[in-house]
Write a protein that binds this ligand. Sequence first.
Ligand code: NAP
Length: 258
Amino acid sequence: MTMRMLEGKKGIILGVANKRSIAWAIAKASSDAGATLAFTYQGEKIKEKVEELVKTLPGTSPVYPCDVTSDDDLARLQENLRQDLGSVDFLVHSIAFADRKDLEGIFLDTSRKGYLLAQDVSSYSLTALSRMVAPLMSQGGSIITLTYLGSERAVKNYNVMGVAKAALEASVRYLAVDLGARQIRVNAVSAGPVNTLAARGISGFTEILDHVAHKAPLQRNVEIEEVANASVFLLSPLSSGITGEVIYVDCGYNIVGI
Ligand code: NAP
C-alpha cells in the first residue's frame, strides 16, 4: 500500500502481541499510509516484544500498558493519549480472549465464568474503549474492531468466542448510532482465518484453513496484508460514509452456500 490515506492522522492500536498479530499488520499498513501511532501492551512479559516491534516503524510511537478489563488502565490510557497526542483520529481494537478449554468440545459446556471472561475481554472492551477515546476525537474519528464469521454461523470449536463476536458486532451498530452525531464511525472487519497466536488457541484451526482454501470463491485463504489494507480503508476518509458495518475480508467465504 503506497497511498498516503492516513497522512496527518493519529491512531491508537490495541492488540499487538507479536509480529504475526493482525494488529501489527494494521500498524505497518497505517504507518505506510502516513499515520502517527501509539500502542498498548498487556502485561510486563510482552512489553519488550511490543517495544522492539514498534522501534522498526518510522518516527517514535508511545507504548502504554493496558489490560482492557481494568477501568483504571483505561482511564490512565486516556490521560496518556491526551498528554502525548492531544487528539486521536482512529482506534484499532484487535483483542480477544477466552479460556482454551472453552475453544474445544461443545458450547453447551461453557461455564458462567468462561462466558463472562470472553464477553468482557472480547466484546465489552470495545464499548469501554470507545467511551475512553471519543472525547479525544474532537474532529470526528474512526474506530474499528476485528471479528469472525463464527458470530453468525456455528463454527466447530469457536463456541464461546462466536457468541462474544455476535455481541461485539451488535455493539458496533449501537456505538455507531451513539457516536454518529460526533462524526465518529464504528465498523468491524470480519477476517477470514489467519495463523496467529489467538487463532492457534482454537482447536482444529488448521482444518478451518484447509476448508476455507477449498470453498472460498477466491480459492485461497486471505493474506494478513489484505485484512490490514481493508482496515486502513475503514480508518481513512475514503470510507467517510460507512459506519455500523461488518466488512468481510475473507476471500468471499461468507457468501457461499452449498
Ligand atoms: P493475537 O496476535 O493473539 O492478538 C490478540 C490480542 O489480544 C493480543 O495482543 C492479546 O494480548 C490481546 N489481549 C487479550 N486479552 C487482553 C486484555 N485483557 N487486555 C488487552 N489485550 C488483551 O491474535 P489475532 O488473531 O491477531 O487477534 C486479533 C483480533 O482478530 C481478535 O479479536 C481476533 O478474534 C480477531 N480475528 C482473528 C482471526 C484469525 O484467524 N486470526 C480471524 C478473525 C478475527 P496478550 O497476548 O498479551 O494477551
